[in-house]
Design a protein around this ligand. Structure first.
Ligand SMILES: [Ca+2]
Ligand SMILES: [Ca+2]
Ligand SMILES: [Ca+2]
Length: 543
């Protein structure tokens, strides 16, 4: 959803919430068993969470493996993707003939980007090391200026007024088909954003008496702790669809199938997942996979929430991939703002709450979050970018599937929506772009970083490190949040694949380190990570 402003609420509720987490949840968890939720799974919205104190569940799992063995996905290609998310309207204008009332002076206006423009830039996206594109909604949106909670124009695509039409600013269906087929020619996948929770303010169904029961008519969401309101209330005043109505349900299934078939996309991204009941997702996802004839359909959902237990429950209810918002907030606080890395360790220690951590989609930026650079500490010139580079390295080496929002590699620093939706400038920051290419190269050439099991090997206030291992290989990533050069003697895991005397090479700097007496002495430069692979590994080619 396009949210203009995240409302910050004081920490009182969260403090008590966190206490509940610590006292009630932690003792109930036994490793290897399904975590039992101690709180209702729906209700606490990110809107209610103080963004600087996102709850961390304390637990006795320190030093334990932080992921379970991954569950089999329908297709192995799923976990090995690097997703790139260009907001079509803000990416590239490839066809000025569809620039109806385009006004780049209006932050929430249409800016002229389109499907042809995106297609022209596929080689650029591929050159970054991305393997998939998350395509923002293509369906016809309202073009009237909308006032109120979500003001502006439907430049983002989330205000559908014709489910079977293509937004005229983006082009024609032929352009969408062409985009997908050109992506496929380059070996890339396309994941289409679909909006099932609500319709745009001028959708004809709203005034259609025969469709009255297709909507919930329960008014706006006021109490974000009330699950009924969260699921059945109008999100930002947008008419809330009644997916529990069999006709409305069938319409949404048929329409989703139609888009998949017409465009040929490989996956769908589900908007506003926590605003629709879990019974819907349990039925909808398998039905769409089956009826589309694509049992390997990539399905990723947006549960905009900072609590892993809330996010995890949707994975158990049929949504294979979920954005890792809990980790996002912790990355922002630690890698971005310099808080203790112990917080990062605590967050990753909660990984056991998920059915499958390889089904998490990690983000540094997206269209609903202020840019990383706008919130990162910047106490000396260039600190923010150094921090961003370390966060990019973390995202490409940590478990889960990375999703890169366009313009992170351009060094954009816009704040809240719509200021985080800058018009793309492709050569704005060659240094960040080249770093992006380096870290995606490492990931794309290392099965350990793509889908290996992750285990923590070091944690203190300033240094955090993990190992990732498949049956065949092991790789290490070490992060440093301090301002002075330092070093650590990191013990290797008991079952490490590295032998005594093994030489490991930092894929970023080319520096070499040797395993001695079961430990690795790693020297670290300020705010600079080290990514270690055995000497001779193919992912080191660029170093
Ligand atoms: Ca255009
Ligand atoms: Ca339109
Ligand atoms: Ca709803």
């Amino acid at each position: 959803m396009g949210k203009p402003v995240l409302k910050l609420v004081k920490t009182m509720q969260i403090t008590s919430h966190q206490k509940i987490l610590n006292t009630r949840l932690a003792p109930t968890i036994v490793r290897g068993e399904e975590a039992k939720p101690a709180l209702p799974m729906v209700g606490l919205s990110i809107d209610e969470i103080d963004l600087n104190t996102s709850p961390v569940v304390e637990g006795p799992w320190k030093g334990e493996p932080v992921n379970r063995p991954r569950l089999p996905h329908p297709a192995d290609w799923h976990t090995d993707q690097v997703i790139y998310f260009p907001l079509t309207d803000r990416f590239h204008d490839g066809d000025p003939s569809n620039n109806f009332a385009v006004d780049r002076s209006h932050p929430a206006g249409f800016w002229g980007g389109d499907l042809k423009g995106l297609t022209e830039k596929l080689d650029y996206i591929k050159s970054l090391g991305a393997t998939s594109i998350w395509l923002s909604p293509v369906a016809d949106n309202t073009q009237e200026f909308r006032i109120g909670d979500y003001h502006g124009y439907g430049h983002h695509g989330y205000w559908i007024r014709d489910h079977y039409g293509v937004e005229e600013h983006q082009g024609q269906m032929s352009d969408a088909k062409n985009l997908v087929s050109e992506a496929h020619k380059r070996g890339m996948k396309v994941i289409l954003d679909v909006v099932l929770n609500h319709v745009g303010p001028d959708h004809p169904f709203i005034e259609d008496p025969s469709k009255r029961d297709w909507f919930h008519h329960e008014g706006g969401i006021v109490d974000w702790n009330d699950p009924r309101q969260v699921e059945r209330g109008d999100l930002g005043g947008l008419p809330d669809l009644a997916q529990d109505n069999p006709e409305a349900y069938k319409y949404l299934v048929d329409n989703t199938l139609w888009w998949i078939k017409e465009t040929g996309v490989d996956g769908i991204r589900l908007d506003a997942v926590k605003h629709i009941g879990k019974d819907f997702w349990r039925k909808f996802v398998p039905e769409v996979k089956e009826k589309s004839g694509k049992d390997d359909l990539f399905v990723m959902g947006e549960v905009f929430h900072g609590d892993p237990r809330v996010v995890a429950d949707y994975q158990r209810n049929g949504v294979d991939f979920l954005f890792d918002l809990p980790l996002y907030y912790t990355m922002r606080e630690t890698l971005g703002q310099g808080q203790s890395f112990r917080k990062l360790g605590q967050r990753l220690a909660e990984d056991h709450l998920y059915q499958d951590t390889s089904g998490l989609v990690t983000v540094i930026d997206n269209h609903d979050l202020p840019r990383f650079l706008s919130t990162a500490k910047n106490s000396f010139p260039g600190e923010g970018e150094k921090r961003l580079k370390q966060a990019m390295t973390f995202q490409m080496t940590v478990r889960g599937v990375p999703s890169v929002y366009y313009g992170t590699e351009a060094g954009f620093s816009g704040g809240h929506d719509p200021h985080n939706r800058e018009m793309m400038e492709f050569d704005r920051n060659p240094d960040l772009k080249s770093h992006m290419q380096k870290v995606t190269y490492i990931r794309n050439n290392s099965p350990a970083f793509q889908h290996g099991q992750q285990r923590e090997i070091w944690q203190d206030d300033q240094v955090y490190a993990f190992s990732r291992a498949t049956e065949d290989e092991e790789a290490l990533a070490v992060f440093h949040n301090g301002y002075q050069p330092t070093q650590r003697d990191i013990p290797m895991l008991g079952d490490s694949k590295f032998h005594e005397g093994q030489v490991l090479v930092d894929a970023l700097s080319g520096r070499e380190f040797k395993v001695e007496h079961g430990k690795l002495k790693v020297s670290l430069e300020p705010l600079t990570p080290v990514v270690l692979l055995p000497k001779g590994h193919s992912a080191l080619k660029q170093a």
